[in-house]
Design a protein around this ligand. Structure first.
Ligand code: HEM
Length: 152
């Protein structure tokens, strides 16, 4: 597995390749929900915890929205579209400041979670490639300011 983190020029939006439906088929919806939940639990203890909800109810909502999105992007039911509408994720992430360094913390938390999944390397690699590139689209600031995205 190659979990390397690519660097891009600030404000660049490199082309993204969508993960394969096999990721969902093999991991199942429940597995994706657990993956997302584990990722949020790591984020809540990380250097970028200030960005995420600290209240349990808001955190659970965040986990649900994100898992709905990942299930949908892997070719599953359109849960996200139905509950939140069009993803427009870069726009949604503009609610707060995400620096290049925050992206790296976010990705490193994913490396910890993905390393524990029992999936074929090629399927996992495509999912990683997606996160690695698309996460750069969310970078919108060179400076951290302390803000929670979700009102609690
Ligand atoms: C660059 C690193 C990233 C950081 C620091 C970050 C941070 C955040 C924060 C603070 C929120 C709002 C709180 C919440 O609902 O969790 C959020 C929401 C979300 N993020 Fe990210 N994110 C990153 C990358 C990504 C990527 C790469 C994806 C998708 C592949 C993604 C998908 C989502 C989704 C679906 C939501 C919920 C949006 C909604 O409210 O409907 N994020 N993210």
């Amino acid at each position: 597995m190659d979990f390397s983190i690519s660097q891009f020029e600030y404000r660049q939006r490199p082309p993204v390749t969508i993960p394969t439906p096999e990721f969902l088929e093999l991991l199942t919806e429940e597995g994706i929900r657990k993956m997302v939940s584990d990722h949020y639990d790591l984020l809540s203890k990380s250097e970028i915890k200030h960005l995420f909800p600290s209240n349990e109810e808001a955190l659970n909502k965040a986990k649900k929205n994100s898992a709905d999105f990942f299930i949908q992007i892997c070719g599953g039911p359109s849960y996200y579209l139905e509950s939140r509408g069009k993803p427009m994720l870069a726009k949604r992430h503009a609610a707060g400041s995400i620096t290049p360094e925050s992206r790296i913390v976010w990705l490193k938390c994913y490396i910890q979670v993905l390393s524990k999944l029992n999936l074929p390397d090629d399927v996992l690699q495509l999912f990683w490639n997606y996160l690695n590139v698309f996460s750069f689209w969310m970078v919108n600031s060179k400076e951290n300011y302390d803000v929670r995205f979700v009102k609690e």
